[in-house]
Design a protein around this ligand. Structure first.
Ligand code: AQP
Length: 334
């Protein structure tokens, strides 16, 4: 493992609650890769968060391994960054409990993700869904993270994490680093292809609403062909054109072209041409990730080692913070 001692710390994670979408990739993972050299990075598969919604156990296990393989395939080097599984480091649950006691019911009640998921999973509004943000605060604060690269939807949780850290520090002195969110200038909120007023989500029941990192070229092109747009025929970025705006954002993220350049490229051409170009750009962008993924997932020993080494490195760092916190709140030493 590289010596990262003097670098600022980054922490982030994704739930293994489905196959990753291009939303997860553009909003989070792509930026993790670009920040990896400059920072001391810790990236996690947050399986404990995933069980706030009912999961099939065998599927969850498979997806957790696949998620780590995707991190590596997307360009994160486990020799330079720490990659691990959340449930392998018990300090996450321990600190989450303590932070629950420093978080107000009213604060958690205001979280929009809780409200949205309570509607989506009305038959299972469990306490874990409610306290999801304190577990997320624990994830981040355990590693004294300076920066947390996430999509727009997680901004409110980062703000709550800052509030909890500031409150705790106000009582006990400087225990936690108060982290900053890093929300990318483009790709922070990729919308559903079937309802462009809604965020693209990996657990959406309509498979045509998202493109996964593992979708094959034909499926990608078909999904973009079916994407909901509007009754105009002009490719331009404008208010009220949610579907086209979303496709332009996706195309821009995969090609590096600006909105003005895209408008010029498709001037006088219909939506059909544009959708095909978006599909091809996405398929071409994902192909090398898919190729690397296939190799990594097939190498069981390699992935097992990454998981084991990552858990050890993360546990060691997490324990340092836990010892400090336990002492501050008045637990006797082990
Ligand atoms: N549509 C999106 N656009 C940009 N970024 C996104 N993220 C999620 N959706 C989009 C970012 O991806 C990271 C991982 O998210 P997560 O798995 O922790 O949970 P989530 O935000 O709830 O993502 P999903 O895909 O919507 O999962 P499900 O369907 O299981 O709830 C985060 O940084 C997030 O901001």
């Amino acid at each position: 493992m590289e010596n990262n001692e003097n670098k600022k710390v980054i922490f982030s994670g994704v739930q293994p609650s489905g196959v990753l979408t291009i939303g997860n990739y553009l909003g989070a993972i792509k930026n993790w890769v670009s920040l990896a050299d400059e920072y001391d990075c810790i990236y996690c598969a947050v399986d404990m968060h995933a069980i706030t919604v009912r999961q099939d156990p065998a599927e969850l296990r498979r997806r957790t391994r696949e998620l780590l393989a995707i991190y590596i395939a997307a360009g994160i080097d486990p020799e330079k960054s720490t990659l691990f599984v959340q449930s392998h480091v018990s300090a996450h649950a321990e600190l989450a409990w303590i932070l629950n006691c420093y978080t107000q019911f009213g604060e958690l009640s205001r979280m929009t993700q809780f409200k949205d998921k309570s509607v989506k999973h009305a038959d299972n509004i469990n306490a874990g869904l409610f306290t999801y943000p304190t577990l997320m605060a624990a994830d981040i604060l355990l590693y004294q993270a300076d920066l947390v690269p996430v999509g727009q939807d997680q901004k409110q949780h980062i703000e709550l994490t800052r509030d909890i850290a500031t409150r705790f520090n106000g009582i006990y002195g400087d225990v936690f680093t108060v982290p900053e969110g890093f929300i990318p200038p483009s790709g922070a909120k990729i919308m559903s292809l079937q309802d462009p007023t809604k965020k693209m989500s990996k657990s959406d029941t309509n498979v045509n609403s998202f493109v996964t990192l593992m979708d094959k070229k034909d499926d990608i092109i078909r999904k973009f062909k079916r994407a909901v747009t509007d009754s105009e025929t002009c490719v331009r970025f404008a208010e009220g054109k949610d579907g086209i705006n979303n496709l332009m954002n996706i195309y821009s993220c995969f090609t590096g072209k600006t909105h003005a350049e895209i408008e010029k490229e498709f001037d006088g051409r219909g939506y059909g041409d544009f959708k095909l170009a978006v599909g091809e750009a996405v398929a071409d962008g994902l192909a090398p990730i898919q190729e690397r993924f296939d190799k990594i997932i097939a190498d069981k020993t390699y992935l097992d080692d990454v998981i084991k080494n990552g858990a050890q490195a993360a546990s060691y760092r997490a324990q340092k913070t836990m010892r400090k916190v336990a002492k501050k709140v008045g637990f006797i030493a082990k």
